[in-house]
Write a protein that binds this ligand. Structure first.
Ligand code: F6R
Length: 243
């Protein structure tokens, strides 16, 4: 895994935003895998800024988000779909049919997961998968466990993961769903290239395990070590704490 360190979170977002915009220029039908959470906020702002400044055309771009809460879907407060609409989708000219999202309100959640897997395959595969990392080593919502499910599936969320998501639910833990749908690690690892972003000192133990630890289902992010094209982008605040 190649690691790159940036002076600030803003510098990281600027560099990665530039790369993604250039990628869209070279490959207008690029397939992007997208995370939600605090980590990509600066990147999404930068993508919007560059898009407006340079009149970037997203009409051919296709996106797959990593995960969604069970029970939540389009228009729901706290839902990841709503997060993405507000933080990126509404600000660029992505075409509705090119936005793929897991629907946590689907009547049959297993079928919804199968539909998503088929959609990933039909797209020709994800060109660039962007990832954050949970303090417990989760990727998407692939939580630490004795075994991992390779494909898109339904998952019970760990309590620390629910607690970390209270910010999207007005600080109210009770409102954070207990289950989610997530792409599996196998699906994520099929992406042609992967960029994991981590910033701030709260992630130092997780990033140390990611870069220095062994491959284990108890730390799902460690499976990224098996992929030939992963870049880990850090701010210096965090990098300084990784031995
Ligand atoms: C969210 C996702 C999660 C987050 C992770 C880090 O779509 O895939 O794995 O990337 O929980 O969250 P933040 O960025 O809020 O620290």
């Amino acid at each position: 895994m190649k690691c790159e360190v940036f002076s600030t979170e803003a510098a990281l977002a600027a560099a990665l935003g530039r790369r993604i915009i250039d990628m869209i220029g070279r490959q207008p039908d690029v397939v992007l895998g997208l995370p939600t959470g605090r980590t990509p906020l600066a990147l999404y702002q930068e993508l919007i800024r560059l898009t407006h400044e340079e009149r970037v055309d997203w009409s051919g771009v296709r996106t797959f988000n990593l995960d969604e809460f069970v029970g939540l879907g389009r228009g729901d407060r706290g839902g990841y779909r709503t997060f993405m609409e507000n933080r990126l989708f509404e600000h660029v000219n992505l075409v509705e049919r090119n936005i793929e999202f897991l629907d946590g309100r689907a009547a049959d959640l297993d079928r919804e997961c199968e539909r998503y897997e088929r959609a990933v395959v039909a797209s020709g595969g994800v060109d660039l998968m962007l990832l954050g990392i949970g303090v417990n080593g989760h990727i998407g919502f692939n939580e630490p466990a004795g075994s991992l499910v390779a494909r898109t599936h339904r998952v019970m969320l760990d309590e620390p993961t629910r607690a970390a998501n209270t910010m999207w639910f007005d600080g109210d833990l009770e409102r954070v769903p207990r289950e989610a749908l997530t792409m599996g690690m196998g699906t994520i690892l099929q992406s042609r290239s992967i960029v994991l972003i981590a910033t701030g000192d709260a992630k130092s133990e997780a990033v140390t395990a990611l870069l220095r630890g062994g491959v284990t289902t108890r730390f799902p992010a460690s499976f990224l070590q098996l992929h030939p094209r992963v870049r880990v982008l850090l701010d210096v605040l965090l990098a300084d704490q990784v031995p």
